[in-house]
Write a protein that binds this ligand. Structure first.
Ligand SMILES: Nc1ncnc2c1ncn2[C@@H]1O[C@H](COP(=O)(O)OP(=O)(O)OP(=O)(O)O)[C@@H](O)[C@H]1O
Ligand SMILES: O=C(O)[C@@H](O)C(=O)CO
Length: 408
């Protein structure tokens, strides 16, 4: 069984979708307290919220997740981080990988954010998003983890104590044997984390063949998808959520989310923008949003959002991000109490707070609303959720997910 530790909850649903797309029976847990039932799973994904917390906390939580996965029978571990390598010079990608490797006795870890299915490729160690170097995309202005370089080895090196190396594309293209030799040579020369180039799924398949069986691998949903494709598919077809009105809660300020909001609002569907000022509390902001919901949404799908482009965000108000996250959690809880059964949340940090506020434990992975953004079902509250990574989904996603609820 494969055990996956994801550094945010949208990443966890992305990786769970990759595993279940390959036919693996996949269990998604949003806590380290695993519920019974894991014994039948081919893969267990634990979704944490460690991407931008202090390094020591991220390491401690990741080690706790690893312990839970090993206790549940995981023989291999995968550390899932973002395909846009969201991190700061301190971490947390490097230190968490290092700590997991030490715990598992892995002297070298192959790592790559490449996910060709999401348009993320790595060549010469440089990470491209849809063909554009990472540091020239909107990730440059990300509110929590601004990415100002596109070289993965350069981004990783200051985060870790061990040496960082590169597995270049020509070696990958030479086949699994060449990759195996290169990994062994890198390990012998003291490299602790080896960044792999990959620009197509075939490249990831070669890498997966070469490293299958390694105690720890790190990367995005790309490489785990390739590892999963090597296993015997035993899963069931993913189920669809019931139709009905949908609440959309958006805290992501990514360009794609902003487009999805624009498209949704252009249909004339109800929407409410949260606007925090210094001194506001999450409780008061959420109460106002829920009062709007009660008065204006009728029985239609509706959107509550704080998302705004960088130019409209208040640089003098750095606490706004956390305030909006907590507000999103309280709004989601209030909507669930009102009987809303379908909720789409946009943004990893935002989703992390929403699942915390909802008290979600284990979830069942269903069909994908968008590539890498599956419906998940919380059996305890009978709630169907999509936790959408900021950059994921077509511009029409919110309109499509809202379905008939938009027009009625
Ligand atoms: N108007 C705003 N001003 C300042 N910060 C905001 C605003 N709206 C949202 N935020 C904060 O911006 C952050 C967005 O991060 P989040 O992870 O939710 O989205 P994302 O980065 O687009 O998604 P992902 O991590 O999945 O790519 C959150 O902390 C959110 O609360
Ligand atoms: O890898 C990705 O891009 C996503 O799964 C994610 O982690 C964004 O939060």
């Amino acid at each position: 069984m494969i055990g996956v530790i994801a550094d945010d909850v949208t990443g966890a649903t992305d990786v769970a979708a990759a595993l279940s797309r390959a036919g693996l029976r996949t269990l998604l847990s949003l806590t380290t307290e695993l519920e019974p039932g894991e014994a039948e799973a081919d893969a267990i994904v634990i979704g944490l919220k460690t991407r931008s917390i202090p390094v020591a906390d991220a390491v401690a939580q990741s080690l706790a997740a690893l312990a839970a996965l090993r206790a549940a029978g995981a023989e291999r571990a995968y550390f899932k981080y973002c395909s846009t390598f969201d991190s700061t010079p301190e971490g947390n990608i490097g230190p968490v990988t290092e700590a997991l490797a030490a715990e598992l006795g892995a002297r070298i870890v192959v790592t790559t954010p490449a996910a060709p299915l999401h348009g993320r490729t790595v060549t010469g160690g440089r990470l491209f998003v849809g063909g554009v170097p990472l540091d020239e995309t909107h990730m440059r202005e990300h509110p929590v983890t601004p990415m100002r370089d596109s070289s993965v080895p350069r981004l990783l090196a200051p985060q870790v104590a061990g040496e960082v190396g590169l597995l270049p594309l020509d070696v990958v293209r030479a086949g699994a044997m060449a990759v195996r030799d290169a990994v062994a040579a890198a390990e012998a020369s003291g490299v602790a984390q080896l960044v792999a180039d990959a620009s197509e799924d075939d490249d990831l398949d070669v890498i997966a063949e070469a490293i299958d069986g390694a105690p720890l691998v790190a990367g995005s949903a790309g490489l785990i998808g390739a590892l999963a494709r090597r296993r015997r598919a035993s899963g069931r077809p993913a189920s669809a959520p019931p139709a009905g009105r949908t609440a959309i809660i958006a805290g992501s300020c990514s360009r794609r989310t902003l487009e999805q909001i624009d498209r949704f609002r252009e249909t004339g569907a109800p929407s409410y923008r949260l606007r925090a000022e210094r001194g506001d509390t999450a409780e008061a902001l959420a109460a106002a949003a829920l009062a709007w919901w009660d008065a204006h949404s009728g029985d239609r799908s509706a959107l509550i959002y704080s998302s705004s482009p960088a130019a409209e965000r208040d640089a003098e108000f750095p606490e706004a991000g956390e305030l909006y996250e907590r507000t999103a959690g309280l709004v989601a809880d209030g909507l669930a109490e009102r009987g809303v059964q379908r909720i789409l949340v946009a943004g990893g940090e935002t989703s992390g707070e929403v699942v915390r506020a909802l008290g979600m434990g284990t979830a069942v992975v269903g069909e994908e609303a968008a590539l890498g953004a599956p419906w998940i079902h919380d059996p305890h509250r009978d709630l169907h959720l999509v936790l959408k990574s900021g950059n994921f989904g077509e511009p029409e996603l919110f309109v499509d997910v809202a379905g008939a609820g938009v027009a009625s």
